[in-house]
Design a protein around this ligand. Structure first.
Ligand SMILES: [Zn+2]
Length: 107
């Protein structure tokens, strides 16, 4: 269900873009792809780099204290500062996981 929602959202993105660009007091008519292509490229680059940064960090489960690296999809998870709502791969419970200190990786 969640995956189909994401795929539908991806195809609806071009429909949500405006074809009238306002820059200062002037407005310009531009083709839809002139707005969509840079937006999709920007979002993809941000997803790749920020997702890689999040996946490289070690998070700790609040329930079982297991430390794990989340996937790149953790970029879309709810977060407050660096704490993120993630599903623990060990106990399979969702909760606010904080970043574990270096050298505390669980087995
Ligand atoms: Zn856990």
């Amino acid at each position: 269900m969640k995956k189909s929602y994401r795929i539908a959202l991806l195809f609806m993105m071009p429909l949500l873009t405006s074809c009238e660009v306002h820059f200062g007091a002037k407005s310009y008519d531009v083709p839809w792809w002139a707005v969509t292509i840079p937006t999709v490229l920007f979002c993809t680059i941000v997803f790749l780099f920020v997702g890689k940064g999040i996946a490289s960090k070690l998070y700790r489960c609040p329930n079982c204290k297991y430390s794990f690296h989340p996937s790149r999809w953790a970029i879309f998870s709810v977060h407050i500062n660096s704490n993120r709502v993630l599903r623990c791969p060990h106990c399979n419970r969702k909760g606010f996981c904080s970043i574990a200190r270096d050298g505390e990786e669980s087995k």
